[in-house]
Design a protein around this ligand. Structure first.
Ligand code: CMC
Length: 439
């Protein structure tokens, strides 16, 4: 087979042949298409990157039509069932599952960085009691950049790994302290002998009325939820990580930018929005009226639909399964029944069927988090903790990819052609009186 594509420009009747690699053509090849030799050349126009690959990656594979998700070639269901979060984090960062020795070294490297400076605690104490935990997380990760100037040496492998260990070690501490701060509770330091998810629960709930939630079954459920959220290839926040990282900003600043992107309700903020939606629906008999409103475009069915999945999100399936083990300890969160009925009605409705809208990762996760005693505004933080691993793996891949450069999309300018300034804008022509009257 000839792995090329030939394009005819009907404006000039010229033909151009471009190589095809991995089912893509190079957008820069399009620039060869010109009407005159001094033309800029053709570009592709792709708002929201609906059909543009911005990198080559070895980290995550998704087949959205078949509902497949793999990290480094391993199926997400196998990883969630048989591995721990730190093992999968190692896999995503390093490319292979760790040997026992590598795992011990990895855990030690993360543990050594599980601590924060007193100044960071003071910084966080400056937030109001009702500050949104995502705002606290984004700002504090950015603030960490000021403590680790060595992170700016982004080309050094050693410094890259230092930053990766630091961010993975510190993000649960910041998340847990943000939670405690909002409750007026004091700081709880991590324990050296606890697992990653277990430690996070310890830091949130020790010496609080929710102490009883430090339960091994819940810790394992959280570990599984963390595994499911580690990476999802070029989503909005990962794209932010790569875009900011491409300017060689340090990984703390890039991670803060990625977390900011995650906060929006169309991305990681959807889990919080799902709970709000379920609260508003209230009971099963209100579902048909709600669905009618969605179909009329009045609102969205939050936790449904995905840019890539046009099938059941495999993560949603596993989260639904994990919910049962959580409810055995916490008691059943009634919202799961409402959510399942909502899913059943939506999946039998032509509006959702024809658009291939299925539950995504956020549809059921909030229900488990709520059963675990967490409030909706913490949900996106719980997404950010494991996703930091994916962001960092993607950042490292970007930094070490010789083909990558600073991210800088093109635009199609559709504004005014050149025009003269109005006379009133001649420098110094405006009187003070005129300026005052404009305010
Ligand atoms: N409820 C109702 N209609 C929807 C929904 C929804 N949740 N999602 C998509 N549609 C409709 C949309 O109105 C459009 O209809 P039409 O063709 O008549 O104009 C069609 O489905 C295609 O949707 P789209 O907006 O072109 O799809 P997109 O790829 O741009 O958006 C999405 C993907 C995830 C932003 C969107 O499905 C959505 O807003 N979902 C709700 C928010 C949500 O659950 N986000 C979490 C995503 S998964 C985790 C993550 O990324 O963090």
């Amino acid at each position: 087979m000839d792995n090329t594509v030939t394009v005819t420009d009907n404006r000039t009747e010229k033909q151009y042949t471009f190589p095809v690699t991995h089912d893509t053509i190079r957008a820069m090849d399009l620039r060869k298409i010109k009407v005159n030799p001094d033309d800029f050349g053709m570009m592709s126009y792709d708002p929201a990157f609906m059909n543009t690959a911005s990198c080559q990656s070895k980290i995550t594979f998704i087949d959205g039509d078949k509902g497949i998700l793999r990290y480094r070639g391993y199926d997400i269901a196998d990883l969630a069932e048989h591995c721990t979060f730190p093992q999968v984090a190692y896999l995503v960062i390093h490319g292979e599952l760790p040997t026992p020795e590598q795992e011990a070294e990895w855990l030690a490297a993360i543990r050594i960085h599980m601590g924060i400076f007193e100044n960071i605690k003071k910084f966080m104490e400056g937030f109001r009691y009702d500050a949104h935990p995502m705002g606290m997380l984004v700002s504090t990760i950015a603030a960490l950049s000021t403590f680790y100037p060595d992170a700016k040496n982004v080309r050094s492998h050693e410094n890259q790994m230092h930053s990766i260990h630091r961010i993975i070690g510190k993000i649960p501490i910041i998340a847990a302290y943000g939670y405690r701060h909002s409750k007026g509770l004091d700081y709880i330091a991590p324990e050296q002998n606890l697992g990653y998810a277990e430690n996070f629960m310890h830091m949130m709930w020790d010496r609080s009325p929710l102490q009883h939630l430090k339960h091994p079954v819940l810790a394992r459920a959280l570990d599984v939820l963390f595994i499911l959220h580690i990476d999802h290839e070029q989503n909005c926040s990962t794209n932010a990580m790569r875009a900011v990282g491409s300017s060689e900003a340090d990984p703390f600043l890039s991670t803060a930018a990625a977390a900011a992107a995650l906060a929006g309700p169309l991305h990681g903020g959807a889990n919080e929005a799902v709970l709000k939606m379920l609260d508003e629906i209230g009971s099963k008999e209100n579902i048909p009226a709600f669905i009618k409103g969605v179909k009329e475009g009045k609102e969205k069915l939050m936790g449904f639909g995905h840019r890539v999945y046009k099938n059941y999100d495999p993560r949603a399936r596993m989260i639904k399964k994990t919910a049962e083990s959580v409810f055995e300890i916490t008691g059943r969160n009634k919202k799961i029944d409402l959510a399942m009925e909502l899913e059943r009605i939506a999946l039998s409705d032509d509006y959702f069927i024809s658009r291939k809208l299925y539950p995504n990762v956020d549809f059921y996760s909030g229900i488990i988090y709520e059963a675990m005693g967490l409030e909706p505004k913490m949900f996106t933080v719980l997404f950010a903790i494991p996703r930091a691993v994916g962001w960092l793996a993607q950042w490292q891949e970007l930094i070490n990819d010789p083909e990558q450069k600073i991210a800088r999309p093109r635009q199609v300018y559709i504004g005014y052609d050149q025009r003269p300034l109005p006379d009133s804008y001649t420098y110094g022509a405006r009187t003070e009186e005129a300026l005052v009257s404009t305010h």
